[in-house]
Design a protein around this ligand. Structure first.
Ligand code: TXA
Ligand code: MG
Length: 334
């Protein structure tokens, strides 16, 4: 199958709408990462997503809509906190778990009674979704376990020949996936951290926000294991959190002496102390690093044996960043 990669012209939009309405898959840009979209009411179409990604059958998909008004057609909004999240955070980089209605395929939700609903703020995404007149379920458009795609060329690298169309919308602004959350007993639970942090949501919603993963993440950090492997580059990776300059220097020298080729991913500040070593600057803040992490992993993975990556804890996107980086490093933390 030929995979077309084009900007969203009127003509290409028409072609992509036809593909999805006929049960095919189209990759589209969002503000977070690229999605791999299908008609969420068509079980056969949704099954194709799991097949081309090699995605485990028990990991449900997010349903993307173009407008807030559509939410109640596919899900049940049952309390004021959910209403406020929808009003204040959507469209935006957030997915809200709600009770699902019958018209969403059970393949989307892996048989759960709930469905994650997201309205991207990216204009290309919404233009495409609106034109389909369908709810579009979409995971990130990477092969399962690989770093999420933040450029059309990353999608092509994983999906070439497997899907008919990729809508090229340039680089994703945020670079990590949406915050996944749910409301229970008048509290908001964050199931996956993203641009909307626990702190930001507390301020906006004025109710308790619990970051469910934070405790689990601490455990991952303490007991590294392959169980949490995801977003992995093709080469090895170690995440450096403590004594950053010292640890990077020591590890770099050790790997070189073993005949291996290391590369450092770090902040602008740290880079000043690492003269003469191969490195890529992720930016100054956690937000910068989120934007650059996945594409940098894909850029360097074929040319180096090991990635030494600094965890940049500079703003409230640090939870989202740590969550992705610790998984990319398969739990290897210094
Ligand atoms: O930013 C994003 O969310 C991107 C773009 C394409 O919108 N999509 C994305 O999808 O990251 P995916 O499939 O890679 O991640 C979906 C996450 C998974 O962690 C999944 O377990 C969770 O959402 N999820 C989906 N439906 C759920 C449900 N009903 N209950 C609990 N978790 C759910
Ligand atoms: Mg994903």
């Amino acid at each position: 199958m030929e995979t077309k990669v084009e900007k969203l012209t009127r003509k290409f939009c028409g072609e992509c709408v036809e593909i999805v309405r006929n049960g095919g898959l189209v990759s589209f840009p969002t503000e977070t990462v690229y999605g791999l979209g299908a008609d969420a009411t068509n079980s056969a179409a949704v099954k194709k997503i799991f097949e081309v990604k090699g995605r485990p059958q028990d990991n449900p998909l997010i349903v993307h809509l173009a407008d807030r008004k559509q939410i109640e057609n596919f899900a049940v909004v049952s309390n004021d906190i959910e209403r406020i999240i929808i009003k204040k955070c959507m469209p935006g980089p957030i997915s809200l778990i709600l009770h699902k209605r019958e018209n969403i395929s059970d393949v989307v939700t892996c048989g759960l009674s709930t469905v994650a609903i997201r309205i991207p703020i990216n204009k290309t995404a919404r233009k495409f979704i609106r034109a389909t007149k369908l709810p579009i379920c979409a995971p990130s458009a990477n092969t399962s376990k690989r770093p999420s795609p933040t450029r059309a060329k990353d999608v092509l690298a994983d999906m070439n020949g497997k899907i008919p169309a990729i809508i090229d919308g340039g680089s994703c602004k945020i670079g990590v996936e949406s915050t996944v959350c749910k409301v229970e007993n008048n509290m908001v639970y964050i199931l996956r951290p993203g641009k909307f942090s626990a702190q930001a949501l507390t301020k906006i919603l004025k109710v308790p926000v619990v970051d469910k993963l934070n405790t689990a993440e601490t455990k991952v950090a303490e007991s590294p294991g392959t169980k949490y492997t995801h977003y992995c580059p093709k080469c090895e990776m170690i995440l450096i959190k403590n004594d950053v300059v010292k640890n990077i220097n020591t590890l770099y020298a050790n790997f070189v002496s073993q005949g291996k080729k290391p590369i450092i991913l770090c902040s602008k500040d740290t880079a000043k102390h690492l003269d003469g070593k191969d490195k890529v600057i992720l930016g100054k803040t956690s937000e910068d690093a989120c934007k650059n992490i996945f594409k940098t992993l894909r850029n360097v993975e074929n040319d180096y044996d090991i990635i030494l990556a600094e965890f940049i804890a500079k703003d409230d996107m640090q939870d989202a960043l740590f969550n992705r980086m610790i998984k990319s490093a398969s739990g290897r933390l210094v």
